[in-house]
Every structure is written in C-alpha cells, then in structure tokens.
Write a protein that binds this ligand. Structure first.
Ligand code: F3S
Ligand code: F3S
Length: 108
C-alpha cells in the first residue's frame, strides 16, 4: 500500500483525497492516513501531494519508515472501539474527519 509520512503533519492539503479511486485516505487530527487494507496501489495520490508526503511502502525514505507501521496502527488500534465502523471498502468522505491521531503523530 501507499503510506503518508511526516510532511503531511499539520499541512493536510487533502488534494490526495480527491484522487483516490477507492476513497481510502482518512483524515485524522494532524495528518491523513491511508488504510492499507483498502489501498489498491494505483499511485494516483502520490504526484498530487504538494509536500511529497506520499510514497509506496517499499519506497518510503529510511528516516520516515516508522510511518509504515503507524499508518496501519491508525486503523488497527486507534480506531478500534469506534461506535461507527469505517465504511470499508472505501468511504473516507462519508466518514469525514476523525479528529484523532496515533500516539506517534500526537507526540511530534
Ligand atoms: Fe497530506 Fe499531501 Fe494528502 S499534505 S493530505 S498527503 S495531499
Ligand atoms: Fe488511493 Fe491509489 Fe493512493 S488507492 S491511497 S490513490 S495509491
């Protein structure tokens, strides 16, 4: 899957969400997160990000590699226990801003 790394934090341009054909880029409090279970690896989001925050997991720069697990953690741990499940597959626009982040992103 594709991964959003640190340049998105507190920028949240959101151009990427308009390009994703499966609507799998979800808005947290300080950045956006790609659901690895929904991403179809199409690459459409990568070139539109003005701060180059997005890359495929195997091309994430070494210093940003923690964001691979962190993107996954957002869906597998942070969102666990929500009353309303995410609209998988897809549906980030319907879900809207989630207002929460992973502990790693909160601590930046
Ligand atoms: Fe963030 Fe870039 Fe998307 S700043 S919201 S990853 S367009
Ligand atoms: Fe979506 Fe394709 Fe990116 S599925 S998250 S636009 S790689």
């Amino acid at each position: 899957p594709y991964v959003i790394a640190s340049p998105c934090v507190d920028v949240m341009d959101k151009s990427c969400t308009e390009e994703c054909p499966v609507d799998c880029i979800y808005e947290g409090g300080r950045k956006l997160y790609i659901n690895p279970k929904e991403c179809i690896d199409c690459g459409a989001c990568e070139p539109v990000c003005p701060v180059e925050a997005i890359s495929q997991d195997r091309r994430v720069p070494d210093e940003e590699s923690a964001f691979i697990a962190d993107n996954r953690a957002f869906f597998e741990t942070v969102l666990t226990g929500r009353d309303e499940p995410l609209g998988a597959p897809g549906g980030s626009h319907k879900v809207g801003p989630l207002g929460v982040d992973t502990p790693m992103v909160e601590g930046l």
